[in-house]
Design a protein around this ligand. Structure first.
Ligand code: URA
Length: 433
């Protein structure tokens, strides 16, 4: 294979044959194609796209780069949820144990932080001791025992995505419909699900900034899932401001815990209940939305959902007191950003908040960067809320001032304060079934 010639062809708008895609991706996964050539290929795909045949081949090679699990020995419909990525989007953390507490089996293979967005695996690893690198056998055993297991790609589950994902994160090649779609669906189809709920984010903090692009991504994801014989629902949801009030790994675990105690942010609760309702319906555990929602609220109010989260954490090596007593890593140093004028918050640019959190050390700029689980941002005011001049609007949790100046500049830039609160935007914009 002449790799340079294939990269050039893609760069110039040509198409790659399925066997060429297979050879390139297999070579990258087994280490014979170097990072620099894979990065050039990704950039070419990012700029030129993939046609339907190329996308199908790309997804198929990623999916079969490891095992494809068969969980049919477990009773019931296996349902998962995946987000295309947002800021403050820790929804998987409360949602998976909540839905499992209602009797659904939730096998979940997640990713790490990507670009300005956080990743489920990095958030889970903020819980002291938590291990996301379970073997396939451990994954199965925990699903049988607890109905929920949260892991990352391994050598045996979608390893091609694990490698490509890490490379995309640091090479500006995230924002691509075919790359996002193949990344998500290869992980999801490998984990042995019957049905999937997708949360396709749209807005300043999403990879898809426009509704049109988000709809195209949703249709692509649903199409891949359906062709594989899965039942898939896509929600298009607002990511124009961060979700919840906390951004950063440990802070988002806290937001998840609060959601499962009924004391979380209203937007997080609303989204958890909306996605959870669909998961219960797809699983056949409930037959209509009101009953599904009541079941979810019941599991939160009774403490069963929080107990399930603690049990999952313990089974994966984590300290359950992190969940039950909120013992999470924290920094002792916080610095507030204040409002330049009195008024109402009109907008909070979610991407700027994500980049501010990254500057504090909550994400990676290079593949080998270590994440600081304790740093991040608390949003003391959200869109629609009023604020007085010089009152705090955000609190920056930093470690010894690292990245603080940049984070402050970005948070100041992110907030727009004006005379009047804007009309409330719907959180769920559209549902595609
Ligand atoms: N989530 C994923 O798993 N992959 C992407 O490319 C984007 C979001």
């Amino acid at each position: 294979m002449n790799v340079v010639e294939l990269i050039r062809r893609k760069r110039d708008g040509g198409t790659l044959a399925p066997d060429e895609i297979g050879a390139l991706l297999r070579a990258y996964t087994d280490g014979t194609l170097p990072d620099y050539q894979a990065a050039a290929l990704l950039m070419a795909v990012c700029l030129r796209g993939l046609d339907a045949r190329e996308l199908s081949a790309w997804t198929d090679v990623m999916l079969h780069s490891g095992d494809v699990l068969d969980l049919s020995e477990l009773p019931g419909v296996k349902v998962d949820k995946h987000s295309t990525g947002g800021v403050g989007d820790m929804i998987s953390l409360p949602l998976a144990p909540l839905v499992a507490a209602c009797g659904v089996v939730v096998p979940m293979v997640s990713g790490r932080g990507l670009g300005h967005t956080g990743g489920t695996l990095d958030k889970l690893e903020a819980i002291p001791g938590f291990r996301v690198d379970r073997s396939v056998e451990e994954f199965r055993a925990q699903l049988r025992q607890l109905g929920c297991c949260l892991i990352g790609q391994t050598e045996r589950l979608a390893p091609a995505d694990r490698k490509l994902y890490a490379l995309r994160d640091v090479t500006g090649t995230v924002e691509s419909i075919p790359l996002i779609a193949s990344s998500i669906m290869s992980k999801k189809l490998a984990e042995g699900i019957d049905a999937l709920v997708l949360d396709v984010k749209v807005g300043s903090g999403a990879f898809m900034k426009s509704l049109d692009d988000a709809q195209r991504l949703a249709r692509t994801l649903v199409g891949i899932g359906r062709s594989a014989g899965k039942r898939v629902t896509a929600f298009l949801t607002d990511m124009d401001q961060p979700l919840g009030r906390r951004v950063g790994n440990s802070l988002e675990v806290l937001e998840a815990i609060l959601t499962l105690t009924g004391m979380g942010s209203p937007d997080v609760r609303e989204l958890v209940l909306a996605l959870g309702t669909e998961m219960l319906l797809l699983a056949g555990v409930a037959t209509e939305p009101t009953a599904a929602r009541q079941q979810l609220v019941g599991a939160i109010d009774s403490g069963q959902a929080l107990a399930k989260f603690a049990a999952v954490v313990e089974a994966q090596g984590g300290d359950p007191r992190a969940i039950l007593e909120q013992r999470l890593p924290e920094v002792r140093t916080a610095s507030v950003v204040t409002a330049g004028r009195a008024g109402a918050v009109i907008a909070i640019d979610a991407q700027e908040i994500g980049l501010a959190s990254l500057a504090l050390g909550a994400g990676r700029l290079r593949k080998e960067d270590a994440i600081d689980p304790a740093v991040g941002i608390e949003l003391l005011r959200k869109v629609g809320e009023s604020v007085g001049r010089s009152e705090p609007i955000a609190s920056l949790h930093h470690r010894d001032g690292r990245g603080l100046d940049e984070a402050r500049r970005r948070v100041e830039r992110a907030y727009r304060i004006g005379e009047e609160a804007p009309p409330r935007r719907p959180l769920v914009i559209e549902v595609m079934r």
